[in-house]
Design a binder for this molecule. Structure first.
Ligand SMILES: Nc1ncnc2c1ncn2[C@@H]1O[C@H](COP(=O)(O)OP(=O)(O)OP(=O)(O)O)[C@@H](O)[C@H]1O
Ligand SMILES: [Mg+2]
Length: 343
């Protein structure tokens, strides 16, 4: 595998400009500009239907954009599609492995599809099975594999040609926490070997744990881009404190009482009587909140600390929850493909 030193000021390996793709009235990808540094992990974080798969499919040459350009290692994904395919690997949302073959047979078959000779395909299959911790299960049919094993095999299959760039579309969706951790380790291991990874996810925690850069996708547009820490800072840091008031009617009084703590990031829902604020000092913040509400005579029904989620990021960035419903209702009556002029 070619080694790429991320410390070097290499030119970007992915350059996307003004990318646009509509399906009927749905603007699945609505004007994306993005660059990716070689040897890094970039996460595209967005809810259901925000356009993650469409974007990845365009970059992987499986779908043509309506407008805009995308280049991988200087190769245009439309005009030089075959060359692009030879330098990328893709593990899609549905695993592409064959149930009736064994793990090893799947990898060898995939290697042969990439025109490796049979000896080389066998050698790489063995290496990858080792690397992904699947050697013990190598001779078992894939239909007996767990979800996590399948995902790992799928990832191994995407790498059989040793591509310098790998796309992973929601690699850990549906996995239990332990398999998810295992997969994150594998992904980090790939980057240490110099691979560039572009992954999509709906989990803030995943974007946070594995990436160098996170881009937040909302209805086909990137609404924020930065390091994981920058992203968490925008929604109140590493830990959030939530308070459920016994009586929602006292929400405004409670918000007023707590304004000294972190008023800028205080989020209130007067209908449910739920308040959120950054717990920069963990339990200390929690104790302060209990004391202040108590001295103001406000009853607490429940409270706790939790990790921020994609929903928190969306609320902070857009003032609304992550939009997961269908986006069919394009309400401005523009023809398909016209710029909407939305802010
Ligand atoms: N082939 C298609 N024909 C029509 N509409 C499509 C097609 N592919 C995607 N869409 C629509 O484009 C939008 C973006 O879909 P996409 O699959 O890219 O989202 P996603 O972020 O990958 O979602 P998920 O998290 O559910 O995988 C959605 O509204 C979807 O219904
Ligand atoms: Mg998808």
């Amino acid at each position: 595998m070619p080694y790429i030193d991320p410390a070097q000021d290499n030119p970007p390996i992915v350059v996307v400009q003004g990318l646009f793709k509509a399906f009927g009235l749905i603007r699945a990808v609505d004007g994306i500009d993005l660059t990716v540094k070689p040897g890094t992990i970039t996460s595209l974080l967005g809810p259901n239907g925000s356009g993650k798969t469409t974007f990845v499919r365009i970059l992987c040459t499986l779908l043509q954009p309506d407008r805009g350009t995308a280049e991988i290692a200087g190769l245009d994904v439309v005009r030089q599609a075959a060359a692009v395919r030879s330098i990328i690997g893709l593990a899609g949302q549905n695993t592409a492995v064959d149930d009736i073959l064994t793990g090893r047979e799947n990898l060898i078959m995939m290697g042969r599809l990439y025109h490796l000779d049979s000896k080389e395909a066998r050698r790489r299959a063995g290496d990858l099975l080792d690397f992904f911790g699947l050697s013990d299960a190598a001779e078992r049919r894939v239909k007996t594999y767990s979800g996590g094993m399948r995902r790992r095999l799928d990832l191994a299959a995407s790498m059989i040609a040793y591509p310098p760039m790998i796309f992973l579309d929601e690699p850990t969706t549906g996995l239990d926490p332990r398999s998810r951790l295992g997969l994150w380790e594998v992904i980090k291991g790939l980057v240490e070997r110099g691979t560039t990874i572009f992954l999509t996810t709906q989990y803030l925690e995943e974007a946070d744990r594995v990436s160098d850069t996170v881009a937040v996708l909302d209805a086909g547009r990137i609404i924020r881009q930065g390091t994981p820490q920058e992203l968490k800072d925008c929604c109140g840091g590493d830990t959030l404190l939530w308070v459920k008031l016994a009586n929602p009617a006292s929400t405004n009084t409670a918000a007023h009482t707590l304004r000294t703590l972190d008023s800028e990031k205080l989020r209130v829902d007067a209908v449910t009587g739920l308040l959120h604020l950054p717990a920069r000092e963990g339990n200390t913040t929690l104790v302060q909140v209990v004391r202040q509400l108590d001295s103001a005579g406000i009853d607490i029904a429940d409270l706790g600390l939790r990790q921020p989620t994609l929903d928190d990021v969306f609320l902070q960035l857009t003032g609304r929850r992550a939009e997961t419903e269908s986006r069919e209702q394009s309400d401005d009556g523009l023809e398909e493909g016209e710029p909407s002029g939305r802010p």
